[in-house]
Ligand binder design. Structure first.
Ligand code: SF4
Ligand code: SF4
Length: 446
């Protein structure tokens, strides 16, 4: 018989999110589970420097009369929940008490449950609904005159002050401008390239369907264009999904699970059909990749189409790295990039792919990489909310310090929003560059 082992030494096993069980929404059951987990965290405190959720919790505990979780009111639990942006880092990188440990701590899933209960009971504020309505707002902003008007408003300091006062959107926070030349408009007439040269590898089929993402379509189409230029250069046929809706990640972060279900019901049949036709799936925003790779399977563990899409979804650098391993990536770089500070976004880190952008950018001659694996503080809509902006800056500061000290030729993050948030704090008129943009630059393909 196998001797007993100390708990916490087995590989973590994440449980599916029990969002369809009535008990999931039972407030008393939720509070009792929060008290249990908060009590474990209070004695552990390993996560104190990851985000503002843990300092908020520990301050509440330390300020209570009994200096333990019993002294914290359930109303105050909400303050902890509001500071969690579901990055998953505490669960994935720190916690020794995750299942199969008998304590089965899953802090992010518990916070998500609390957000879902709150949303069911109270809905969301006008601001939060607006910030997460990326499809609806994007449709309006795709109209040239409206896009220019919105961009004008969001770039005018006096109007940003009014937005802060009346909408609760931090005046200093970076807001993505709308591009009236959306990705779909830009790529409308482009044919597939290299369609007769599909070369598979052991893990990739060798033809790619790109999920544009609302960010890639409406705000920074250039990054998706960089990706497809790299695919073209490597003779990897690609296409865009015929249509898409926001993946649902912003709504998930709000606890609005019904909207996540609706987005899933729209996107999954389209993506599943593409997988059946032999396409691999890529997206340029790590949060969207994570949603398809991990969050939807956690919500729909028995849905075979969700599982199929999850298996076929890749982070772009993971994909290119898998091709490189089997000598199917061109290394004909024509331009050295000098020194790069590369920030690995949290939603990329928790995909368990390793730091593939570092692996590939390091192949570029005369290019030196400094990698920062710390939270940028942007986190979906967290940093743009007035009540969070100062926390978001504080969380970002160690990353900003690395960039300042390195004085790099380029800096950037897998998460485009994180890159812009860091640039906003640097405030030195430098611009971040997405690692895909850097790879394209090194290839010299414009
Ligand atoms: S999931 Fe991320 S934001 Fe939430 S508590 Fe854990 S580390 Fe903090
Ligand atoms: S989530 Fe885990 S590691 Fe982090 S403070 Fe709580 S018990 Fe400790």
């Amino acid at each position: 018989m196998r001797p007993p082992r100390e708990e916490g030494l087995e590989a973590p096993q994440r449980q599916p999110l029990a969002w369809q069980m009535p008990e999931f929404y039972d407030q008393d059951a939720l509070h009792s589970e929060m008290a249990r987990v908060f009590d474990i965290c209070a004695s552990c405190r390993r996560c104190v420097n990851l985000c503002n959720a843990f300092p908020t919790l520990f301050d509440l505990i330390d300020a209570s009369e009994a200096m333990d979780v019993d002294g914290v009111t359930t109303d105050d639990y909400e303050k902890v929940v509001d500071q969690c942006y579901l990055c998953d880092l505490c669960h994935v990188t720190k916690c020794p008490y995750v299942a199969p440990h008998s304590w089965a701590v899953d802090f992010p899933q518990l916070m998500l449950r609390a957000k879902a209960v709150h949303f069911k009971q109270h809905g969301a504020s006008r601001r939060d609904k607006w910030l997460t309505a990326t499809d609806e707002v994007g449709r309006l902003a795709g109209i040239p005159i409206i896009a220019q008007t919105i961009n004008g408003i969001t770039q005018t300091p006096s109007l940003r002050k009014q937005m802060e006062k009346h909408l609760g959107i931090a005046q200093e926070a970076w807001l993505p401008p709308f591009d009236d030349q959306t990705l779909r408009k830009r790529l409308k007439t482009r044919p597939l390239m290299g369609g007769d040269r599909i070369e598979s590898t052991s893990r990739t089929h060798g033809k790619v369907a790109v999920f544009a993402t609302c960010y890639g379509n409406q705000h920074e189409p250039r990054i998706v264009q960089d990706l497809v230029a790299i695919l073209d250069h490597n003779h990897i046929p690609w296409t865009l999904t015929e249509t898409e809706r926001c993946c649902g990640m912003p709504k998930l972060e709000l606890g609005d699970l019904q909207s996540v279900v609706e987005a899933k019901e729209f996107n999954i049949p389209i993506l599943s059909r593409l997988v059946d036709e032999g396409w691999d799936l890529l997206a340029v925003v790590p949060s969207c990749v994570l949603l398809f790779k991990q969050q939807l399977p956690s919500m729909f563990p028995n849905d075979s189409a969700v599982a199929k899409v999850s298996q076929a979804f890749f982070d772009p650098f993971e994909y290119l790295s898998l091709r490189h391993r089997e000598a199917k990536l061109k290394l004909d770089f024509t331009r050295a990039l000098g020194k790069i500070v590369y920030h690995v976004s949290c939603h990329q880190r928790v995909q368990f792919n390793g730091v593939k952008a570092r692996e590939l950018l390091s192949l570029i001659p005369n290019t030196e990489l400094e990698v920062v694996e710390r939270c940028s503080g942007h986190n979906g809509t967290y940093a743009v909310k007035v009540e969070n902006y100062s926390h978001a800056v504080k969380i970002a500061q160690p990353v900003v310090n690395v960039i300042k000290a390195a004085m790099p030729d380029h800096y950037g993050s897998d998460c485009p929003l994180a890159g812009h948030h860091l640039a906003g704090i640097l405030d030195d008129s430098t611009v971040p560059r997405h690692p895909l943009t850097l790879l394209r630059m090194a290839y010299g393909i414009f």
